[in-house]
Write a protein that binds this ligand. Structure first.
Ligand code: CP3
Length: 345
């Protein structure tokens, strides 16, 4: 069993540093673009055999973990807020949720009923990987999910989301409570279906001040993470732009804390505490830089981790579609060429 990744989550020593990349399956790969000519993103997500195929595509590059191919927005449909991925626009939620009546109507569903296809994909992928590569499940965190529900799509300032949070804290709390319970059940179900680790994506939480995070978000994230930690499966707690939030995110929970590239990894780990593992934190755009520059900066990330057990090499956010596959492979090979012990001292 190829278990570097799971060992690092538990802060156990490994030969070299494990590596995987957020959005490691996707448009930067020709195989994925080829499949997307025949199927939409949602068709791939809803067909376990296709989700399996895409999940496996990047593994030829040598990643130490697979991540389920799905999307954080899939639970919106069974909650009663259908959406589509509109060409060039990103996700569009048909009826955004902006008031008490809308929040009232949202359903907290059973994952095997509302998202059976995701769980079927987990079971199928797990069987196919057959213990060779560990499988990571995932879901969106409540603030990030709420931002799509309230804004109706992507946003640059989260104005409507913050307005709801500040103008009607009770309604906000009800909204976050419903999303959190959906996400808690979904992650539990993924673990029951065979996911060997799970990641909570709070991609947009860095738009909040520390006080707003603690008051309006942290209790809901804690509801999810405390429960998942009880399963014994490693839980990765990830966000971006979180330089001001790292301690508060750690307090909310997570076996592994994700760090973006804006905070140096050594400083981040010191603040998080060495009783947690860390994941990160190469700027994803560096994979579009000259290869020698990408490699030099990847070495710098490893040096900052200092060979301490419990570092999982990753990007600070997802791979972008313009990324050359060769550079992805070169960075993975570089990480795997450096014995962890040689980084200590
Ligand atoms: O990491 C992986 O390889 C697994 C697959 C995965 C997808 N989405 C597939 C996808 C994961 C982990 C996600 C998470 C996700 N989805 C997040 C959190 C992570 C992050 O990047 O911050 C968010 C915010 C979403 C919502 C989402 N999905 C947006 C905003 C978009 C459109 C933007 C874009 O890049 O076009 C998507 C579409 C999406 N989800 C793609 C993929 C591979 C785009 C590719 C396509 O259209 O085929």
């Amino acid at each position: 069993m190829h278990d570097r990744f799971l060992r690092a989550c538990r802060r156990e020593p490994t030969d070299v540093t494990p590596v995987w990349f957020m959005r490691q399956a996707g448009r930067y790969m020709a195989e994925y673009r080829e499949l997307r000519k025949k199927y939409t993103l949602l068709e791939i997500c809803k067909t376990p055999e296709l989700a399996l195929e895409v999940t496996l595509q990047p593994l030829r590059l040598g990643m130490d973990a697979a991540i389920l191919f799905a999307d954080i927005l899939l639970p919106l449909e069974p909650m009663g807020a259908p959406f589509e991925f509109a060409k060039g626009e990103g996700p569009v939620i048909h009826e955004p949720v902006r008031d008490r009546a809308g929040i009232e109507r949202l359903r907290v569903f059973e994952p095997e009923e509302g998202l059976g296809y995701v769980l079927d994909a987990v079971r199928l992928i797990r069987k196919e990987l057959d213990g060779k590569t560990p499988l990571i499940g995932f879901a969106g965190a409540p603030f990030t999910m709420a931002s799509y529900l309230v804004e109706g799509g992507k946003s640059s300032d989260y104005r409507l989301t913050k307005q709801l949070m500040w103008s009607d804290p009770e309604a906000w709390s009800a909204l976050m409570g419903k999303i959190s319970e959906v996400v808690r059940r979904l992650l539990r179900a993924q673990v029951a279906a065979g996911a060997q680790a799970v990641q909570l994506f709070d991609s947009w939480v860095g738009s909040l001040s520390i006080d707003d995070y603690r008051e309006h978000v942290q209790p809901h994230v804690r509801h999810i993470l405390r429960d998942l930690e009880a399963t014994g499966v490693p839980v990765i707690h990830f966000g971006t732009n979180t330089g001001a939030l790292l301690e508060a995110q750690r307090d909310a929970g997570g076996t592994v804390i994700g760090v973006d590239w804006r905070t140096p990894l050594d400083k981040a780990w010191q603040r998080i505490g060495y009783d947690r593992a860390v994941q990160g934190n190469l700027d994803p755009l560096l994979l579009c830089a000259p290869r020698a520059v990408a490699e030099r900066r990847a070495r710098a990330v490893l040096a900052e981790a200092g060979g301490r057990a419990g570092h999982i090499f990753n990007l600070g956010h997802g791979i972008i579609p313009e990324t050359p596959v060769d550079t992805v492979k070169a960075v993975i090979d570089l990480v795997h060429s450096i014995p962890r012990a040689s980084l200590q001292g």
